[in-house]
Design a protein around this ligand. Sequence first.
Ligand code: IMP
Length: 212
Amino acid sequence: MKIVFATGNRNKVKEAEEILGKGFELVTPVEAGIDEDIPETANSFRGNSLQKAKYIYEKTGLNCFADDSGLEVEILGGAPGVHTARYAGESRDSDANMDKLLLEMARREGEATAMRGLGISTPHATRRARFRTSVTLILGGETFFFDGTMEGTISLEKRGAHGFGYDPVFLPLEAGGRTSAELSDEEKNAISHRGKAMRAMAEFLRSKIEGK
Ligand code: IMP
């Protein structure tokens, strides 16, 4: 089955091909004739993945899927959320993003300590965080959603050289004290938000094909 994946990222295409397995031919938007940037202006991960998938479907009429991911940090009230990629600015610089995150968290923690010093009761800060992925699949004109999360905490400093984005400051609950950047690709895919959402979609697609 030919299916358009709304990404320009070759690594993501490779990862999705491995998860989907035989029987699926993945095509990028450019290969499907879409040269322009696909809009991504919603205020939720699901909203963004739906917006991207709908855009491709309306332009091409082909089966397609899109994903959208980000990080939610409890002490920051769920930020950076849909702003994860551009948290420290349009350059999407991972180091700048992580520095801003560690700084904002330290600032909030400092504020909470100061409030407690003044006798104002404040809940104790946690470093809990989660990555979320939302995948929207449009198949034969029908829309389906698949979600995945990876729970964890934010470390005090960057560690590890694998992965991308915020991996050096994310400690997955299931990784025994290592950051995501200290996991191999296989280890990370087995527990990651994107891995979970993509495997859920793959299982659904295979059941559709086998059911026919
Ligand atoms: P996207 O929607 O997959 O492009 O993800 C948005 C942003 O979230 C990325 O630019 C990264 O900064 C961050 N992100 C998403 N997934 C991960 C991950 O697995 N590890 C680290 N950062 C991630």
